[in-house]
Design a protein around this ligand. Structure first.
Ligand SMILES: Cc1cc2nc3c(=O)[nH]c(=O)nc-3n(C[C@H](O)[C@H](O)[C@H](O)COP(=O)(O)O)c2cc1C
Length: 187
């Protein structure tokens, strides 16, 4: 049990990855435990796209950056214009979590599956980062064809993405946590 708590506390958003490929069995484990997430009515309204094709990962990053850079309302507009900024921090693996449009709580269920992936990654000695800016890749030119290229089944839409790989170092900053968010009602 201590180990579970340690993994939860230790997980950080990792924003720098080695180029080494992730072991196939580790990838399979991460996906297997994703599917053990709870889901409303046990509908399991998720689909996972696992991308290890570096060219495609770079293309997704470039597409999202182009759409972000063109968005004057985005706080990330300036960041997206930086040629050194890679949306997935050069991770060798990107997992896209898509949700069934027919399922009202797909967002919630897929978020639970995504968190399982982040925790499993940490337990296996991998780094991960939840990257939602990837959704901009679907907004730009040709974005409507992207779900098909990514093998996302009809009736599902991309919701979340995870950058995954070996960490370049193990000292990622711990953003401070709010403490005033608990109410105890004692009997
Ligand atoms: C829904 C969601 C979307 C996020 N999107 C991004 C993102 O696009 N890029 C990124 O670098 N981090 C992203 N993050 C990571 C958060 O910035 C990070 O979780 C937060 O700063 C707390 O840091 P920690 O994960 O190390 O505890 C996202 C996290 C969540 C939950």
């Amino acid at each position: 049990m201590d180990r579970v708590l340690e993994v939860i506390r230790k997980r950080r958003s990792v924003r720098g990855f080695k180029s080494d490929p992730v072991k196939k069995e580790d990838l399979e484990t991460v996906l297997e435990v994703a599917m053990y997430a709870p889901s409303a009515g046990n509908r399991q309204p998720w689909h996972f796209t696992v991308i290890t094709d570096g060219k495609l990962i770079n293309e997704l990053s470039a597409r999202a950056k182009a759409a972000l850079a063109a968005d004057r309302n985005s706080p990330y507009q300036q960041r997206a214009a930086d040629p050194n900024f890679h949306l997935f921090y050069h991770a060798p693996v990107v997992i896209i979590v898509s949700g069934a449009e027919s399922s009202r709580l797909a967002h919630t269920d897929c978020a639970a599956a995504t968190q399982n992936i982040l925790l499993a990654a940490e337990a296996l000695g991998l780094g991960s980062c939840w990257v939602n800016l990837f959704l901009f890749a679907f907004r730009g030119e040709g974005g409507e064809d992207l779900p098909g290229h990514l093998g996302i089944p009809g009736g599902y839409k991309p919701l979340y993405s995870i950058a995954l790989g070996y960490k370049v170092h193990d000292n990622w900053p711990v953003p401070p946590r709010k403490k005033e968010c608990v109410t105890y009602i004692d009997g």
